[in-house]
Write a protein that binds this ligand. Sequence first.
Ligand code: HEC
Length: 172
Amino acid sequence: MLALKMNAEACFRVLKKIAVGIAVVFVALQFFRPERSLVAASDEEDLINVLPPPPGVRETLVNSCYDCHSNQTRYPWYASIQPFAWFLDHHVEEGRMHINFSEFGGLPPRRAVQVLEACGDEVAEKEMPLWSYTLAHPAARLTEAQRADLVAWMTTAAEEARQKLSKTEPIR
Ligand code: HEC
């Protein structure tokens, strides 16, 4: 009986140490602040202004894609808390690196076509928006209708951009 009590006490002490350790690490992590790149939005190069979509599609794009693929990221409150900050910044950085809709107008025409096509594909295959994002942002989850509208618009826009391009240079 005594041994059991000792064990429980020892166990409690270890748990307490672990808890304190986690708390210390958590606090220490808060001193690491990633640099945020909140670049001023240059509106005239924004996809939404370069190829104005119908209002419904525009809303879907901004709601479900722009946090990661534009300079207009709306950071949630927990974005200032580590380790979430790292996780979020990584997604935003990587998302913008692949596609930045705020700079769409500055893309070479061939790349613009590729981007529109890739978007249609990713959305149709339900790869985008990232599932971890929709977990925290249920409003960004696409309904079947929103998905279909977005894909249809991306496909048409890609087709039009491709035709315009084929007039200036032949595409395979
Ligand atoms: C939570 C952030 C996040 C959101 C929201 C998001 N994306 Fe992404 N997206 C990423 C990241 C990170 C990558 C690169 C890694 C990957 O492909 O998983 C990516 C990759 C892509 C790619 C592939 C690019 C390439 O070079 O092949 C496309 C296309 C894309 N996203 C379109 C979209 C569209 C359209 C939406 C909105 C419906 C969207 N994304 C929403 C983070 C995001």
